[in-house]
Write a protein that binds this ligand. Structure first.
Ligand SMILES: [Zn+2]
Length: 259
């Protein structure tokens, strides 16, 4: 855990102590038993949005409008609480209000980086791919180690070591995570234009990845996630962007994902 949590706490997001405090109280007061049960079974904690909203609209607003901060602070809060069990502590949120279900008219920049939910069907499933999330490089001049987060299509190397060297870095360690893409389809009914359909790309990471999605094409899914802006894959930065959903929680109805 050590290296990874240090790594991510150094990211730009302002770590919000007040949000951590409030989330700690929320988890302790409302989710202590459930969290203990989930974590001891090696499962993520499922937070019902309705519970969060009832406890504090400040916390539910933060989830909708600043999901990255909310999840980072939730992880911080869950680290602070003694559940009496080891293992990783992931959190997922579901049951967003009806008006937070993604519609075609919501696919606009105002909703970028917001937490939304999606209801629709699985149209297409792509294969599982391991993705490098960070690489530890070693400087050949002074042996210092440098961690570089990999968030683009091509591998990023350190620009310069503290010692001044800019060349010959060797890769010491790579950290991987599984990733998988789906195409979801939402159906939109309108009295004037009839039924319209719209596809959206969905990205699954880590434990959400499941090769058996392939056997569930056409099935209905509900998911929550963050609406993201896709960086272009040919490494040419363009100003016109596509949106996709980075999933946090998935519920497949009438399907089967058991191995
Ligand atoms: Zn060096």
């Amino acid at each position: 855990m050590g290296a990874e949590s240090n790594l991510f706490s150094e990211e730009e997001n302002a770590y919000d102590d007040e949000l951590v405090e409030q989330l700690t109280s929320f988890f302790e007061k409302k989710y202590l038993k459930k969290a203990r049960k989930s974590f001891s079974a090696g499962k993520p904690l499922l937070v019902d949005f309705a519970d969060l909203d009832k406890y504090s609209t400040k916390l539910s607003d933060a989830l909708i409008n600043r999901p990255e901060d909310w999840f980072e602070c939730s992880n911080g809060a869950l680290e602070k609480i003694d559940f009496g069990v080891d293992g990783k502590r992931a959190v997922m949120a579901f049951n967003l209000p009806k008006h937070k279900i993604l519609k075609i008219k919501d696919l606009i920049c105002e909703n970028l980086n917001k937490f939304v939910s999606f209801e629709g069907t699985i149209k297409k499933v792509y294969g599982v791919k391991p993705r490098i999330i960070y690489i530890t490089f070693v400087c050949p001049a002074c042996n210092a180690k440098k961690i570089v987060i990999q968030d683009e299509m091509f591998v990023k190397k350190p620009f310069m070591c503290e010692c001044g060297n800019k060349r010959g870095f060797t890769q010491e360690m790579k950290k991987y995570r599984n990733t998988q893409n789906l195409k979801g389809q939402m159906t939109y009914k309108n009295n004037k234009i009839g039924i319209k359909k719209k596809d959206i790309d969905i990205e699954l990471n880590g434990d959400l990845v499941n090769p058996l999605f392939e056997q569930n094409i056409g099935k209905e899914i509900y998911l929550t996630g963050i609406l993201r802006d896709k960086s272009s894959e040919n490494n040419k930065e363009t100003t016109l962007r596509d949106l996709y959903l980075e999933a946090n929680y998935i519920y497949l109805s009438g399907g089967d994902l058991k191995k």
